[in-house]
Design a protein around this ligand. Sequence first.
Ligand SMILES: CC(C)(COP(=O)(O)OP(=O)(O)OC[C@H]1O[C@@H](n2cnc3c(N)ncnc32)[C@H](O)[C@@H]1OP(=O)(O)O)[C@@H](O)C(=O)NCCC(=O)NCCS
Length: 176
Amino acid sequence: MTTGQLPAVCRLADAELGKGYLSEADLLRTELQTLVASDSGSVIGFITCEIVTTSILRQQAGKLFNVLPAEFQLAGRLGKIGSLVVEKSRQQQGIGTCLLSAALEELARSVQRVFLLGWRSAKGTNVQPLARKLGFEQVAVIRNYWQEASQQQGYACPVCGAPPCHCSAVIFCKVL
Ligand SMILES: CC(C)(COP(=O)(O)OP(=O)(O)OC[C@H]1O[C@@H](n2cnc3c(N)ncnc32)[C@H](O)[C@@H]1OP(=O)(O)O)[C@@H](O)C(=O)NCCC(=O)NCCS
């Protein structure tokens, strides 16, 4: 992602994940890599990925750490796929598949195990067919995963509306 693409990535995140869910500051974190899909200079999708250490994950996201398979908990470092969004009018055209494949390729340079945080709303788990197609296995569902964050950050989930968000996180894992 270039600095010039940052506002468009934020707009896309606001529209599909909830206004304020991902801020410019979140996207500028040095550990985070954001890969962008564009067409004629316009941003039409993005994915975020990063390498996380299992010790930090255990401290900062215990709920998530606890549901990972033992071999992931003991791995030392893991790849994390956080957000994946494709502009509505461009969905179902293979762009999400390209973005997720590119992120896996990037993570494979540093780690052997990757997890993906899928979003399950009352409307379903959009990323599920894509995750399964690329070899991820579903390992757990954590209910009300974004409840606290939605209240603290004050963002409105596109499905639940005003906070609190009652969506679940579906945790998918893949060994590269
Ligand atoms: C999930 C998302 C990124 C998929 O992107 P996409 O570009 O449409 O995905 P692709 O075209 O590569 O499709 C991949 C597979 O998922 C299926 N699929 C795509 N969107 C789907 C949806 N909303 N519901 C169910 N299945 C879907 C496709 O049929 C395809 O399967 P196939 O190759 O066997 O036909 C996109 O729907 C999106 O941005 N949704 C809103 C935000 C969101 O939910 N992000 C996920 C957060 S974890």
